[in-house]
Design a protein around this ligand. Structure first.
Ligand code: DX5
Ligand code: ZN
Length: 219
């Protein structure tokens, strides 16, 4: 399993240093974009993504928690995003958005909230590059994992195998050294982790711990 650290829990005064500490450990960087409408909190937008791009070569996975995702796609491309995640609940035109993301040569990720069933995204499974299963209600770091969401991971794995789909299966929310074992068992490919990684004085060590715990359960 791969770990995608979420900078939402990083110390923004030392953002560059914090990212440098984890750069060699991981492949993806998870970037949470919140507009204060789709979720209560306001985080940051494409300007920060562009600034971070100057100091990192990681794959940027931009998780949009915004009311009008269409407005962000092109800006994120220019800012250096590799993957754009759209909450299916935030748009009536998810198919068009996926197309828009692909046309700009980025990977399209569809994100589903804990209350959203897989059936809602079933028509999209053959075209998305990644599915992000929210394991908390979006909007804030440091919440407890809603473990029953992992059942969706099991189902998505079965559907992928049955239909030869190619999407990655990711989870986001409440990942720590204990819950990562449950995620591994369910068949998660990439686990996003915010507070567990950046809430510590040694983010690098925290990632190594997560990797270790996830491997134990895969055996
Ligand atoms: C929550 C965000 C997450 C957040 C996860 O809405 O989408 O990416 O950073 O934080 P933790 O790992 O602390 O639950
Ligand atoms: Zn996120």
């Amino acid at each position: 399993m791969k770990i995608a650290p979420s900078i939402l829990s990083a110390n923004f005064l030392y953002l560059a240093d914090q990212i440098k500490q984890i750069e060699s450990e991981v492949e993806y960087l998870h970037i949470d974009i919140m507009d204060g409408h789709f979720v209560e909190n306001l985080s940051f937008g494409p300007m920060i993504v562009s600034a971070v791009r100057q100091i990192s070569k990681l794959k940027f996975d931009c998780h949009l928690m915004v009311q009008n995702p269409t407005n962000y796609i092109e800006k994120l491309k220019h800012a250096g995003a590799d993957i754009v995640g759209v909450q299916v609940e935030s748009t009536q035109h998810i198919h068009r958005l996926i197309d828009q993301i692909h046309q700009l040569d980025m990977q399209a990720e569809v994100v589903i909230n804990p209350g959203t069933p897989i059936t809602l995204i079933e028509p999209l499974l053959d075209e998305v590059d990644s599915i992000l299963v929210m394991t908390v209600d979006p909007g804030a770091g440091g919440q407890k994992m809603i473990t029953k969401c992992l059942k969706k991971v099991v189902t998505l794995n079965e559907l992928r195998e049955m239909n030869a789909f190619h999407y990655r299966i990711e989870i986001d929310g409440g990942v720590n050294a204990e819950t990562i074992a449950l995620a591994a068992k369910a068949g998660v490919d990439v686990a996003v982790a915010g507070s567990y990684v950046f809430g510590s004085t040694n983010p690098q060590l925290q990632i190594q711990k997560l990797m270790e715990e996830s491997q134990i359960d895969e055996i």
